[in-house]
Design a protein around this ligand. Structure first.
Ligand SMILES: NC(=O)c1ccc[n+]([C@@H]2O[C@H](COP(=O)([O-])OP(=O)(O)OC[C@H]3O[C@@H](n4cnc5c(N)ncnc54)[C@H](OP(=O)(O)O)[C@@H]3O)[C@@H](O)[C@H]2O)c1
Length: 298
C-alpha cells in the first residue's frame, strides 16, 4: 500500500508517520514541500505520489487566529480537502481526513452523534465543517474522522501548558464548564493505522484497500468512550506528572469560560459519542485518562 501523508510535522501527523510506516510505503510531505494554499502544489503532491490512500493530517488549527484570517483558514481547512478528495476520486484512491468536535454549538448537553446537526460558532469550525461537506460531496472513498481535544507532548498543547504553569504558578484556575474528549495524538494515529491494517488484511492487493474503505465511507466520531471538563483534565495532568516534585502549584480553582474571553467562541459541551466507529471497525480508542497516563510516562 502506498500512503501519502500530509502534515507530518503536526501533532497528529508526526505520530502517523510512525504508525503508518509498517503498512507500506509512506510518502510524508509538509510545508514547503507541499503548500496547501497553492492549488497546483496540492494537486501535484497527489499526482506525483499516486497513492492508494491519502491521509490528510494538515489543518489551520489556530482557532482564535482564524477569526482574523478567514481566507487562509478556508484555503487550508475547506479548499485543500476538497482538492484532495477530487484528486483521490480521479486516481481511484481513498482519503482519510480529520475534522473536529467544534462543528457543534455545544448546546445538546449529551455526547453528539454523527447525525446531530452541526452549528459552528467560529471561523475555524465553519471552515472545518465546510471541508467535511466538500469531501462528502466529492464522493469516492473517504473517511472523515472527527477528533476532539487533541494533545501531544511534542508541540504546544493544553497538557504542555498546564505542566509549564504548574512550574510557575501556586494557583491555577481551570474552567469547569468546557466538556470534551481529551485525546492523545498517538492513540488517534494508532487507531488510524489499525483500521488500515484491518482493511489491508481483508483484501488481496494494495488497490483492494480502496473498495474496502469505500464500503465504509462516511463520517465517524473518533475519540475515547468518556469525557471530562478542562478542570478535571488539568487535575489529572498534575496527578500523573512523573516530575511532580517540580510543581509549585498548590491548588486548582474552578472557573467559568466567560471569565476568559477569547476572539473565537467555542462550544461548551462538545463531547462526542463514537459508537458508529466502534460498530464499523471493531476498534476503540482508550479512556482519556488511560491515554494520558501512557503519554506522560514517556
Ligand atoms: N488539535 C486539536 O485539538 C484538534 C481537535 C480536533 C480536530 N483536529 C484536527 O486534526 C487535524 C490535525 O491537527 P493537529 O493538532 O495535529 O494540527 P497541527 O499540529 O496544527 O498540524 C497541522 C499540520 O498542517 C500543516 N500545514 C499547515 N498549513 C499548511 C500549508 N499551507 N501547507 C502544508 N501544510 C500545512 C502544518 O505544517 P507546519 O507545522 O509547517 O505549519 C502541520 O504539519 C486537523 O485537521 C485539525 O483540524 C485537531
Amino acid at each position: 500500500m502506498r500512503i501519502l501523508l500530509l502534515g507530518n510535522t503536526g501533532q497528529l501527523g508526526w505520530e502517523l508517520e510512525r504508525t503508518l510506516t509498517p503498512l507500506g510505503e509512506v510518502v510524508a510531505l509538509d510545508y514547503p514541500a507541499v503548500n496547501l494554499l497553492d492549488e497546483a502544489s496540492t494537486r501535484q503532491a497527489v499526482r506525483g505520489v499516486v497513492p492508494h490512500v491519502i491521509v490528510n493530517a494538515t489543518g489551520y488549527t489556530a482557532v482564535d487566529k482564524a477569526e482574523s484570517e478567514p481566507d487562509k483558514a478556508a484555503a487550508i481547512n475547506t479548499r485543500a480537502p476538497a482538492i484532495l478528495a477530487e484528486e483521490a476520486r480521479t486516481l481511484g484512491a481513498a482519503l482519510i481526513h480529520y475534522s473536529t468536535d467544534y462543528v457543534f454549538d455545544g448546546l445538546k448537553g449529551s455526547p453528539y452523534v454523527e447525525s446531530d446537526a452541526p452549528n459552528p460558532l467560529g471561523v475555524y469550525a465553519q471552515t472545518k465543517l465546510a471541508g467535511e461537506q466538500a469531501v462528502q460531496q466529492t464522493g469516492g472513498a473517504f473517511l472523515i474522522l472527527r477528533l476532539s481535544w487533541m494533545y501531544s507532548l511534542r508541540r504546544d498543547s493544553f497538557v504542555t501548558k498546564v505542566l509549564g504553569w504548574s512550574r510557575q504558578q501556586r494557583s491555577l484556575r481551570m474552567v469547569t464548564d468546557q466538556i470534551g474528549n481529551p485525546i492523545w495524538a498517538r492513540t488517534a494515529a494508532e487507531a488510524t493505522a489499525q483500521l488500515l491494517a484491518m482493511g489491508s488484511a481483508n483484501t488481496v492487493s494494495s488497490t483492494g484497500i480502496v473498495p474496502w474503505l469505500a464500503e465504509r465511507s462516511g463520517l465517524y466520531h473518533f475519540v475515547g468512550p468518556d469525557h471530562a471538563s478542562r478542570y478535571e483534565w488539568a487535575q489529572a495532568i498534575l496527578r500523573l506528572d512523573p516530575r511532580r516534585t517540580e510543581q509549585v502549584t498548590e491548588q486548582v480553582l474552578p472557573a467559568l469560560t466567560n471569565e476568559f474571553p477569547t476572539p473565537a467562541r467555542r462550544p461548551l459541551f462538545s463531547a462526542l459519542g463514537c459508537q458508529r466507529f466502534v460498530d464499523t471497525f471493531g476498534l476503540r480508542l482508550p479512556p482519556w485518562e488511560t491515554a494520558l497516563r501512557l503519554a506522560m510516562e514517556i
